[in-house]
Design a binder for this molecule. Structure first.
Ligand code: SF4
Length: 648
């Protein structure tokens, strides 16, 4: 079944051929028939981007391992092929085109039972269509037969899969570890019974679990003004709302335990351990924080064991402690000290990818740099002015920020990066220009405390995109022209500053990709035609600036949405009303819609002084998640410590 013999002679003609070869340390190749009597369940897992971005993805690595640990499941990986490889595959050989293949055993993706895609960004949608086409799987779910795989989406972007609903058989909301096994069981049973009832019956069995969304079992009705009137199940037994899945015991699932070691250069080359999942800080723009509630910590012992095991199995020399805000782990000081003690004098270095200004402290930073380079520090105040930070519920005062950064400079750091967003609700030019002011004050203070002039502050700016399941899901997105205008004013202000301007780095992207991300994030099923049109016009790798074309998206939107009464602006720059049915209302993240609405109103009310605190340390404020999902916050402190490793 392997297509490698057909692929191999062509590899010298494509860029970075090593990415298509497979055989990475800790990868798995199993017999195609590893279970008796045709009961093997086979998954092709895809991160829909190039190998260099896709291989390090934690979600795919975890599911790959969880599935392959079962002796009746085969799981292999596939990534998006670069355009040069796509051309080679489409040209094919005497047997015809070379189909989308897995990198593990080079088996055609179409031969698997489930084709599972993990989306962390909506800009991967055209890559999904390309993979389906290359695989020879009918693009539209309605055209698929019993022999085609179930096309399944997961990841954060799957919390509103409506724009790709026509191309999907199913979507899963939330944590994947347990649900992929539950899906596999359903598929196994269906196969063992001789595929009774065909594809429709398999999808029905998945849908009735209440955890798996099957778009074709729901009808969408539109009102005359173009808004959605209702989304309702179209057959008996299908639930009105599909619930997200929450993994409650992270210690019982210590994955990845055998991290994949890439063959080609990738965006991250380190072993990452997720130290907790979820975040209840309540930043109003943050979809990841909202949809992953509540907070569930991994214990210090499990973190220690995972780090030790992961390093031993992979040979990586850098360990990243991952989460949405890692310094918030209740025992982060003990974790950092324990690991720094263990690996003192070795080649292993630790990193903490995300740090909140208010959770940073210098002893923590020192532990992390004890064994390695003193890398730059990154903080994300997100809003340039105090007023904006109040709107987004990220209450970091200017004083806090300057004090924190000054501490870092006075302890030898020379480089600090500050991350902001532009285009937030109620924002004015003045709010954005205050970013320059803040950077200036940071440099001024830094020079003062460090007693030297060679310190730098890099300001990095991203465009705000309103996301489903957040209090800002009703917000009007700023149009890209105004976004670019604000960014230009800010850049000019920094450049014109003779005294501090040269010490301030300025990084930003123009506003156009954000507009398209906005269309895809809050779109409904009608947007599927736009995505398909873009793909037919050659759209691929839309997350890469060199491949992204705004004009292609805008032209496709104009054509594909013609006659629907809605357009690109309707999806992006329009504020929504309370009673509008949102495309994802039938997908249950646990958040109470009325709580989200009240939080949205507090955000934009200039007279409101409501600050949503973190429910880890204050009483529950009824966001809805815990009672709806039957979950609870799981945090320490446990009072335990990491023991030194003894050599046997
Ligand atoms: S329900 Fe309460 S405790 Fe649970 S995440 Fe929401 S605010 Fe926090």
């Amino acid at each position: 079944m392997s297509v490698f013999a057909r692929l191999e002679p062509r590899l010298p003609s494509v860029s970075k051929p090593i990415q298509y070869v497979g055989g990475e340390l800790n990868s798995t190749v199993k017999d195609w028939d590893c279970a008796p009597e045709g009961e093997t369940v086979r998954w092709a897992l895809m991160y829909p981007d190039a190998y260099e971005v896709g291989l390090p993805n934690q979600g795919v690595q975890i599911l790959y391992e969880v599935l392959n640990e079962r002796d009746w499941i085969v799981a292999e990986r596939t990534y998006s092929v670069w355009p040069d490889m796509e051309k080679v595959m489409r040209e094919g050989d005497e047997q015809g085109p070379i189909p989308q293949f897995t990198v593990d055993a080079h088996r055609p993706v179409r031969d698997f039972d489930v084709f599972g895609l993990s989306f962390s960004t909506e800009l991967g949608y055209t890559n999904m269509l390309n993979a389906l086409d290359l695989a020879g799987i009918p693009m539209h779910a309605v055209d698929r037969g019993d022999e085609d795989p179930i096309v399944l989406a997961g990841g954060h972007a799957a919390f509103n899969p409506e724009p790709i609903a026509d191309f999907l058989d199913a979507a899963v909301l939330g944590d994947g570890e347990e649900v992929v096994l539950a899906i596999s069981e359903v598929v196994r049973e269906w196969k063992a019974e001789g595929r009774h009832g065909g594809r429709d019956e398999l999808l029905r069995r998945l849908a009735v679990t209440g955890n798996i969304y099957v778009p074709k079992f729901y009808d969408v009705a539109y009102a005359e003004d173009g808004s959605i009137e209702a989304v309702v199940p179209n057959r008996p037994g299908i639930p009105f709302r599909v619930r997200k899945h929450t993994l409650m015991d992270l210690d019982a699932w210590p994955y990845p335990a055998k991290p994949l070691v890439p063959l080609a250069e990738t965006v991250h080359e380190r072993f990452s351990v997720e130290i907790f999942r979820g975040c209840t800080r309540g930043c109003r723009f943050c979809q990841a924080g909202m949809i992953t509630r509540p907070v569930r910590e991994r214990s210090i012992e499990t973190i220690g064991n995972m780090v030790e095991n992961g390093i031993r199995k992979s040979g990586f020399e850098e360990v990243g402690l991952l989460s949405l805000s890692s310094a918030d782990h209740t025992e982060i000081a003990e974790v950092a000290k324990g690991l720094a003690d263990r690996y003192e004098g070795s080649n292993v270095s630790l990193s903490l990818p995300s740090t909140r200004v208010d959770a940073f402290n210098i002893s923590l930073a020192n532990e992390f740099s004890r064994n390695g380079r003193r890398s730059g520090l990154t903080f994300a105040p997100e809003g340039g002015s105090e007023r904006m930070r109040k709107v987004i519920n990220k209450m970091v005062t200017e004083e806090d920020l300057i004090r924190t950064v000054a501490t870092a400079y006075s302890h030898g750091w020379r480089q600090v990066k500050l991350y902001f967003m532009v285009g937030l609700p109620t924002e004015t030019d003045e709010d954005v220009l205050q970013i320059a002011d803040l950077a200036r004050k940071v440099i001024q203070k830094g020079r003062e405390v460090a007693g030297r002039n060679d310190i730098r502050c890099t300001v990095s700016i991203g465009g705000f995109v309103p996301k489903p399941h957040t209090p800002f899901q009703w917000a009007a997105q700023l149009d890209h022209e105004t976004t670019d205008d604000r960014l230009k004013k800010l850049r000019d202000t920094v450049r014109d500053d003779k005294k501090y301007g040269r010490a301030i780095g300025f990084r930003y992207h123009d506003g156009k990709p954000g507009t398209i991300e906005g269309l895809l994030s809050r779109g409904d099923r009608r947007v599927g035609a736009v995505i398909e049109q873009v793909w037919r016009d050659g759209g691929r790798f839309d997350g890469w600036s060199e491949h992204f074309s705004y004009d292609r998206w805008a032209d496709s939107a104009a054509t594909a949405l013609e006659g629907t009464g809605v357009d690109l602006a309707w999806y992006t720059t329009r504020e929504r009303e309370y009673d509008e049915v949102l495309p994802w209302d039938h997908l249950d993240s646990g958040l109470d819609k009325d709580w989200l609405w009240a939080d949205w109103e507090d955000a934009i009310d200039p007279s409101s002084d409501v600050e949503v605190e973190d429910c880890r340390w204050t009483p529950c404020y009824d966001c809805g998640v815990c009672p709806t999902m039957d979950t609870d916050i799981q945090i320490g402190p446990t009072g335990r410590q990491l023991l030194p490793l003894s050599v046997v």
